[in-house]
Design a protein around this ligand. Structure first.
Ligand code: S3P
Length: 171
């Protein structure tokens, strides 16, 4: 299963709960990038620029998708920017869940930490621009949409577990 959505949508937190409940490993694409490079996402953005980070992000996503074991993948918010990644997500034998939420909530959650370089200036404006640019891409890759506005991640995870329990394969 793959969780996609904007920063602050709860991909990592929900992914951790899902991984625990389903007994699957969690692949968080940003954590994979950081483990692989020994640098934080912010350091990569600042030293090498966004494009270099996007290439690492793509490699981490494709590696996670290729792992070949049932897993929970928390994909960084920007994975949908590159067509290569959108194709991989569409073709993956995985349930792709778009976690969406109202912009104000996303901005509040995403600015709670300081590790997101794209939100250093005008976070609300950036978030609105990212939603405008990306929502169609999230819709394109997602099998289903789950709203996380004002819902604890345990509820969100419960809804996703119920989706898996349907008549489709446990993916
Ligand atoms: C980004 C999302 C972040 C991180 C980077 C850029 C984006 O990941 O990869 O700050 O472009 O949406 P999260 O979605 O896990 O916060």
């Amino acid at each position: 299963m793959v969780l996609v959505g904007l920063m602050g949508s709860g991909k990592t937190t929900t992914g951790e709960i899902l991984a625990r409940r389903l007994g699957r490993p969690l692949f968080d694409s940003d954590r994979l990038v950081e483990a692989q490079t020994g640098r934080t996402v912010r350091e990569i953005f600042e030293a090498d620029g966004e494009d270099a980070y996007r290439t690492l992000e793509t490699a981490a996503l494709l590696d996670a998708l290729a792992a070949g074991e049932p897993a929970v993948i928390a994909a960084a918010g920007g994975v949908v920017i590159r067509e290569e990644n959108r194709r991989a997500l569409r073709d993956a034998d995985a349930l792709v869940v778009w976690l969406r939420a109202d912009l104000g909530i996303l901005t509040d959650r995403a600015t709670a930490g300081t590790h997101r370089p794209l939100l250093d200036r005008d976070p609300a404006g950036m978030m609105a621009a990212m939603a405008r640019d990306r929502d169609a891409w999230y819709r394109e890759v997602a099998d289903t949409v789950v709203d996380t506005t004002e819902r604890p991640p345990e509820d969100v995870a419960g809804e996703i577990v119920a989706l898996l329990g349907g008549d489709g394969p446990a993916r």
